[in-house]
Ligand binder design. Structure first.
Ligand SMILES: Cc1cc2nc3c(=O)[nH]c(=O)nc-3n(C[C@H](O)[C@H](O)[C@H](O)COP(=O)(O)OP(=O)(O)OC[C@H]3O[C@@H](n4cnc5c(N)ncnc54)[C@H](O)[C@@H]3O)c2cc1C
Length: 393
């Protein structure tokens, strides 16, 4: 019984022999990026900057995975508070990762300014749901300040909603994530082949990779997998390294009196998050901590009642003045890496197949800089630093 339940949850795309039997037309490409999300489009941009002809292919269409389903928080850093990250990974690694996050944001601002992307430079506020989390936030603030970061620690709740403490990060922002990926794609100059599932990858000679997809068989000089949560369904190398994990959101109807937060709110160690939308709704996301049994190890992006009930209860509890009804709910699939850090490398036995995956719910924080390192690693053999997947070998 337990086995069949697990199989049911891990639903994913497959290609039947009737849809594609190996007689699809051949297509020669220079650099093939698999996955047209935030990371795939960023990687395409960097590969094109390096002088490569880039084709992106995706099972769905541009940015229809997590990249257009997220909350749009451009928060600096990992999903772990700074001092805890130092304990887990060491100070040098954490400094490198926070610098990578800043690099990511610098690139995002460049893409935003060159494109038509809604963004609110509202900063972020990390909030404590309990006195214990307040003590953690104070330690995080001190550790960030000691390392030269501009943060404002509050021993009281600046939002006056019953939180215990807060860290404000004024440089953070709230973005329209779907528009962002559209802008990056346009600026990459890459070609896109949508509606095209990849179902097998082989490197049959030293310099050519064959990629079987429903519409074509590609012969590529280099391939970069940017399939985040879906990677374990494409290559067994990722099984146990990237865990597909569902995240859910809701939004209210537009509020009568307009925006009420003016920040990206983030609490309960990142398990809850909330922001205003550009059309004056309140977005609440998270609710996974109470429902982990349901939300882990699945690529099914349907909403579930227990999580939506958790989100709605949070809305009514923390934002009691909001009378607007919930108008829309959605889910997306995050790729949690086993040690919560992004993974960059090449597949065993396939040195021309690179990957940039495992963003652990923080693609807007870490993704673009990581994509740049993945491209540099694949094309030039440059070591990707702290995001190198060799740390898990
Ligand atoms: C509800 C939610 C809220 C989030 N909030 C935030 C946030 O506020 N801030 C933040 O930084 N991050 C957030 N995240 C995480 C963020 O969305 C991801 O880290 C980021 O989008 C990862 O981008 P990606 O391009 O790697 O993955 P994706 O956007 O998921 O792209 C992967 C692509 O691979 C394609 N693919 C899969 N299998 C195949 C195949 N076999 N063949 C071809 N193509 C395939 C998929 O169709 C998909 O388009 C959130 C995620 C969710 C779900």
């Amino acid at each position: 019984m337990a086995v069949s339940q697990t199989v049911e949850l891990k639903c994913t795309m497959t290609v039947s022999i009737w849809q594609a039997n190996g007689t699809q037309p051949l297509q020669e490409v220079d650099c093939l990026v698999i996955g047209a999300g935030l990371i795939g489009c960023s990687a395409a941009y960097f590969a094109a900057q390096a002088g490569r002809q880039v084709t992106i292919t995706d099972a769905r269409d541009l940015a229809l995975g997590a990249s257009s389903r997220n909350a749009g928080f451009m928060i600096t850093g990992l999903d772990t508070y700074y001092h805890t990250a130092v304990e887990a990974y060491g100070l040098d690694t954490v400094r490198e990762l926070w610098a990578l996050s800043r690099t990511t944001h610098d690139y995002l601002w460049q893409f935003i300014e060159a494109g038509a992307v809604q963004v609110d430079r509202c900063g972020s506020t990390l909030l404590a749901e309990t006195p214990a989390e307040a003590r953690e936030l104070e330690q995080a603030a001190r550790a960030l300040e000691a390392d030269g970061f501009e943060v404002n620690y509050h021993s009281r709740d600046p939002l006056e909603r019953g939180y215990y403490a807060a860290i404000e990060q004024p440089q953070d922002a709230a973005v329209q994530p779907y528009q962002l990926v559209q802008a990056i794609f346009q600026q990459s100059g890459a070609a896109l082949i949508a509606n095209n599932e990849v179902y097998r990858i082989g490197q049959d000679s030293a310099d050519i990779v064959t990629v079987w997809t429903r519409q074509f068989i590609f012969k590529a000089r280099h391939v970069l997998l940017c399939t985040n949560a879906y990677s374990p369904f494409i290559d067994p190398y990722f099984v146990g390294k990237v865990i597909p994990t569902r995240a859910q959101c809701l939004v209210t109807a537009p509020l009568a009196d307009g925006p009420i937060l003016n920040t990206c709110g983030y609490s309960d160690y990142g398990y809850m998050y909330y922001r205003d939308t550009f059309d004056g709704r309140l977005l609440i996301g998270g609710g996974r901590k109470q429902n982990k049994w349901l939300e882990g190890d699945t690529s099914d992006d349907r909403v579930t009642d227990p999580v939506q009930r958790t989100l709605e209860a949070y809305l009514r509890d923390r934002f009691p003045e909001v009378e607007a009804p919930v108008e829309q709910r959605w889910a997306g699939i995050m790729g949690f890496s086993v040690d919560k850090l992004p993974l960059v490398g090449t597949l065993p036995g396939k040195p021309r197949v690179g990957f940039a995956v495992g963003f652990t719910g923080h693609g807007l924080a870490m993704g673009v800089g990581t994509a740049e390192r993945a491209v540099d690693h694949l094309l030039n053999g440059t070591h990707p630093g702290a995001v190198s997947a060799t740390r898990l070998d």
